[in-house]
Each structure stands twice: as C-alpha cells, then as structure tokens.
Ligand binder design. Structure first.
Ligand code: PRX
Length: 651
C-alpha cells in the first residue's frame, strides 16, 4: 500500500526534542497541563467556559446537540453577531485606538486601521450592501486581492447576516463561475486587479468572463486597486469608493443564531466538483478565538502576522476572525515574498516589529533555498513565536526556521487542521508542549484525535494508519453546501461515529501525531489542496486529450508537484508544444496553482478490470519506487511499459 510505504518512510526516527524555553514559560498564557485535564474531565464544560469569552446577545441553552448526528449543533439557542464580536466589543475599551489591521501592499504602500477605523469602514460597507439589496441569508461572493477591503467586506457580510464565499484571487474565471453558481450568489465584490510580483492580476476581467454565465448575480462592486481601465457594465457594476462615500457610518448588527451560516469556503475533494464547506457562527468563533489565543499565546502588545491568503481557510480563521475576536493586531501583506527582493518577509517583520509569525512549510523551504543572507540582513529580534500550517514540515526545514528565523529562542507551533475543521485541532501549546521537529504533537484540549486501522480500531502507539477525530468540536463544518449526503458520505461513513480526515498519520510512543499526508486522491501543492479529478477533468476538456491521470509527485519546495499522464486521441502526436498547451489549458480552467509541472504522454493508462485508473502505480513510477501490487490490473504489461518509457524520458 502506498500509504503504508509512506508511513514507514516517516518512521525515520526524529530524536530531537525541544522543551518550552523557561523565558517563554514564565510569561505564557498556559504554563501547565491543567487545561488538558479540565477538558478531559468534561469536554462540553471546557468549551462552554471558552464560549464565555465571546459576547452573546442571548446565552445558549445547550452546549452540544448530537441528536441529529453527524449534523451536530453547538451552543444551541445562543444568539450573537460575529462582526460585533470582532469590532464593537473592543470599542468600549482602550483597544478602540489599537491597530486592528496593519496592511502592506506589494508596491510598498501601507495602511493601518484601528478598531474604530474598522468599525467605520465595516458599518459603511454593511450599509452599502443593504442599499444594493443584500438581505440576511443572501450569499455574497468576494473575489479580491489581499487588501483591507477584503476583511472589511467579510465583516460587513457577517454584520448583516449574509454568508460570504471568498474565492482566492488566483482562481480562474471558470473556477470563479462554478463557485458563484454553486452558492447562487446575488452580489460579487471584486477589484480592478491585484499586485503580484509587479504584475497585475486582472480580477475584474476574470469576473466579467465568469459573470457571462452566472444568472444569479445582480450587482457587482469593484474596488479600485491597480488603476488600469476596466469594463463597467451600467446598472450592474458600481465602484466601491463611490458607494462608500455615500454610505452612512453605523449599522446595527443582526442577531444571528449560533447555527446560522457565517460563510461557505470551497475546497477540493476526491471528485471533480469542489465542495462548499459550510461554517456557522457561534461554534466557529469560539473555536477560532480560543485556539488563536492559546496556541499563539496572544498578548495585547503582540504584532501577529499570518502570511496566508484570506482566500484560504487559514486566512479566514487566523488573519480575520480569530485575531480580531481576540482584539489582536493582525498584519496583512498583499504580495509575493520575493518582491522586490527575497527578504520581503523579513523586511516586514523588521518594519512592524512582528512578534508572532505563522507561515507554511513550502515558504520555509523556498527561504532555505534562497539562503540565510536574506533573513540575516534584517532585524528579526522582535519575534518570539513561530508557527507553520498546511502540510507536513520536514525536520530540516523546521530546524532551519528555528535557527535562522527564530534565533533558537522561539518555539514553533506546527498546527494541523483543515478547511473542514475550521480551527486548529492538533498543535503544541508553546508554554507546555515539548516540540519534536516534524510532528504537530498532540490534540488541542477538548479535541479527541486517534490513528485507526481500516476497521476503525485504534492502532498501538508507534504505528500508523488513518487520522480520525473521535468527537465533534465547535468549529467543525456543518455540511457541504447543497449536498448534505456528500457531507455524511465523505466524512462520517468510513468509520462509525468518527470524522475521517482523509489524512494518514502515525502516533509515536509518546502519543505525538506525525501527519503523513493525504490517503485519498487529493494533492497538496504548496499547502493548497487540489483534487486529482478536478485537474483530470480540465485536461480531458482539451480536444486533443482522450484520458488523463494526475498524481502528486514529491517536490523539494512545493511538497508535491503535479504530474499528469495523458493519452491523446487517435492520430494526435504528443509534442512538447502540446504539453505546454495542456498546462496552459489547466491554468485557464482552474488557476495557475493547478498548472501541471510535467505532462507525460502515454499510449495507455494502468487500469483495474473494472476500469479504475490505478494512480498509486503511476506515483510509484514517478517517484522511482518499485512497483506495488499489479495483480488487479486488466493488463499488467501496460504499467511496465509506461515505467520504461517514463524512465527513458526522465534520463
Ligand atoms: O493533509 C493535511 C494538510 O493539509 C490538509 C488540509 O488542507 P486545507 O483544507 O487546504 O487546509 C490547509 C490549512 C489548514 C490536511 O488534510 N495539513 C494541514 N496542516 C498540516 C497538514 N499536514 C501536516 N501538518 C500540518 N501542520
């Protein structure tokens, strides 16, 4: 089995251990194991106590309702408003004038919004949305670059009870179209463009292309960011700055039910169609604010920077909702880490005195490759805590991060979670947990995770299997938008009563979790999830292609690279030009992140007798491994032929 082989690889013993440094423990919010004990004694009481940190218009009647499992409900009967919690609550304190968002654009422009500024902008935006006919329950799609208008628009939606669906600015017009249509958005908020490595990403143009096939959309609001000419359709498109200039300040927050939808976020799965992951209000906010505060040890004087894009769940939970609910200062950066030079991240840390940095292993591996001279040019002494997310971090990258960025004084929190989990589920608490490079360590208090075999039985410590979550947690997804059966089937059907993560993992003798990666047909490219089926359907959409199989191949920086095995229609030759054309075709259909790294033309694909493509054999070929079991193949000679061809092409 490919997964077992991978688990074995990860058994390469990592012996290094880093207990929390005394200088850190001394000031840490959590210094001992009492939270773990409290949560173990009574999980619901633990989460209820955390929920006290949120402002409720009406207190909940019941912490957890499992009567309709797996459609769990949290804080049943509770009423709150997420935007009120992220903004208004801080206005009656000294934090009114504290920086809520420190933003820096790629060209070097910057903007600081205090909590009072955020209140003004968000309530104006909420009034603008209402004026455009948006009511509680209407869906709003947001397709923006990393500019302050993005969190402002999200919080304005939350204020009036209109669920948002943020679509990452790197997605193509077609991907945007599908996401708008799936949730039947009434309004789209976009920008003329965004900056990326000095170039303009043409968001409005993509949006116009998408909207030609989105009948649900009535209005479009366009933020002016890059300033080039864009097409504005009369009666449909409005400039953000013009409407905002007319919108009044102050907008009462809607009283939302704890279980009302806060947002939809699309993520890839094992079919060609992205899933609309639904998150609700009360449990989500309790989950993200608690984990943000305790895992990142948030103090009032911290300058916290999560480098993710808000188009992904990391940005939703740990740039916007978690930090702002905690009254924290959150840094946002628009562009690329190597623009104008490869020290941009370190320049930002130095300029704002960032104390907590949360980034991805793929970025760390790129920094390693660029060399230590870049961080060495800047003063990083303000940093006190580091974090990673998105994919397994290899111990060498962990050690590099620890030494060259953290100056050997900052603990590293390796946080495991997913779009679906909404909040971090497995992570150290930096003042308590001894770190082991490469391990996300242990479940957060109040979270029960385990490693099980294919029958759902827990495997002994020291062995590997499937990662499951044994009981519900507050920020969990509630369903797949418009497809509750898929929710049940995908997450709750493999193992009775347990949430299946789709990840393989090992737990070691100390009960530490070592995440191995996906066990399904999902690839993790630079910490972003892509479904192999999605890329395959994009390839097959090209007129020259008969069939395609896509796999993730180990890659030094990206974690996994996309390799496509393609069979062409009769009489078409597999030329290098065609390979380039196919790559461009996928980028157009999905977005540049899905562009295959290599395309390999083959006469046939290995299939079982029932016609299922055996991707694991293709992975074995691409990664140069001995071929696994081929006995179930319809024609075992196909795979050895592909292997020979592949190896001769590689050579
Ligand atoms: O395979 C795991 C990996 O990323 C997947 C979730 O992807 P996504 O929903 O896009 O969310 C990414 C950001 C939360 C997981 O199933 N993953 C995430 N964090 C880690 C990780 N793998 C290992 N270690 C992590 N810390």
């Amino acid at each position: 089995m490919a997964m077992e082989a991978k688990v074995l690889e990860s058994l390469l013993k990592e012996e290094r251990a880093f207990p929390p440094p005394p200088h850190f423990v001394e000031k840490a919010l959590v210094k001992d194991r009492s939270l773990y004990e409290e949560a173990r004694a009574d999980r619901e009481a633990f989460w209820a106590r955390q929920a006290e940190n949120i402002h409720w218009f009406r207190r909940w009647d019941k912490v957890l309702d499992d009567s309709k499992a797996p459609f769990y409900q949290w804080f049943v009967g509770g009423k709150l408003n997420v935007s009120y919690n992220c903004i208004d609550r801080h206005l009656s304190t000294w934090r009114r004038t504290k920086a809520a968002i420190i933003w820096e654009g790629e060209p070097g422009d910057d903007r600081v919004l205090t909590y009072q500024d955020l209140y003004r902008e968000v309530t104006k935006c909420a009034n603008m949305l209402k004026e455009l006919g948006i009511k509680r329950g209407d869906r709003v799609t947001i397709y923006l670059p990393m500019i302050p208008e993005l969190p402002i628009a999200m919080l304005a939606c939350a204020r009036i009870g209109a669920p948002h669906s943020v679509v990452f600015g790197g997605f193509s017009a077609e991907a945007l179209r599908d996401r708008i249509n799936d949730c039947q958005a009434k309004l789209v908020i976009t920008a003329d463009g965004g900056w990326r490595r000095g170039n303009i990403v043409p968001l409005k143009k993509n949006c116009d292309e998408a909207l030609a096939q989105c009948p649900s959309v009535e209005k479009v609001v366009v933020v002016r960011r890059t300033g080039q000419d864009v097409n504005m359709t009369a009666g449909r498109d409005y400039w953000w700055h013009e409407l905002m200039a007319k919108a009044p300040i102050g907008c009462p927050p809607e009283e939302m039910d704890a279980e009302d939808m806060l947002f939809i976020l699309y993520t890839s799965g094992t079919t060609g169609k992205p899933k609309g992951v639904v998150h609700t209000s009360g449990g989500y906010l309790v989950g993200v604010s608690t984990t943000h505060r305790l895992i990142f040890d948030i103090k009032d004087d911290d300058i916290y920077w999560c480098t993710a894009d808000i188009g992904w769940v990391t940005g939703h939970s740990y740039i916007v909702y978690g930090p702002l609910a905690n009254g924290c200062t959150t840094v946002m950066y628009e562009g690329s880490p190597d623009w104008p030079e490869r020290d941009r991240f370190w320049a930002i840390v130095e300029k704002y005195g960032v104390t907590i940095l949360y980034t991805a292993p793929t970025a760390i591996r790129a920094f390693m490759k660029w060399g230590t001279q870049w961080p060495a040019r800047r003063d990083l002494s303000s940093l006190r805590l580091l974090g990673t997310v998105g994919e397994p971090i290899n111990p060498e990258a962990w050690m590099w991060y620890y030494k060259y960025i953290g100056g050997e004084r900052c603990p590293i929190v390796d946080t495991w979670w997913q779009t679906e989990t909404g909040m971090i589920l497995i992570s150290p608490l930096p003042g308590v947990t001894t770190l082991k490079p490469g391990s996300a360590t242990v479940p957060f208090p109040g979270v029960e995770a385990a490693v099980v075999n294919s029958s759902g039985e827990e495997v002994p410590l020291g062995s590997g299997g499937y990662l499951v979550i044994k009981s519900p947690w507050p920020a969990m997804l509630r369903t797949i938008y418009g497809d509750p059966d898929r929710y049940v089937q995908q997450y709750w059907s493999k193992f009775d009563g347990m949430y299946f993560t789709g990840d393989g993992a090992r737990w070691d003798e100390d009960g530490y979790f070592w995440i191995v990666g996906r066990v399904d047909d999902v690839i993790n490219v630079s910490g972003h999830r892509l479904g192999t089926m999605e890329i395959e359907s994009a390839l097959v959409d090209h007129p020259a292609v008969a069939e395609a199989a896509v796999i993730g191949k180990a890659h030094e920086i990206k974690g996994q690279a996309i390799s496509a095995f393609v069979t062409l229609k009769e009489g078409i030759a597999g030329t290098p030009q065609l390979a380039e054309e196919l790559k461009a075709h996928v980028a157009k259909k999905i977005g540049a992140i899905a562009r295959p790294d290599d395309i390999f033309f083959t006469a046939e694909l290995p299939k079982t007798r029932s016609g299922k493509i055996m991707r694991r054999l293709l992975r074995d070929i691409a990664e140069g491994r001995v071929l696994g079991d081929t006995t179930t193949l319809a024609d075992p000679s196909v795979v050895s032929q592909i292997k020979q061809q592949y190896e001769s092409q590689e050579a």
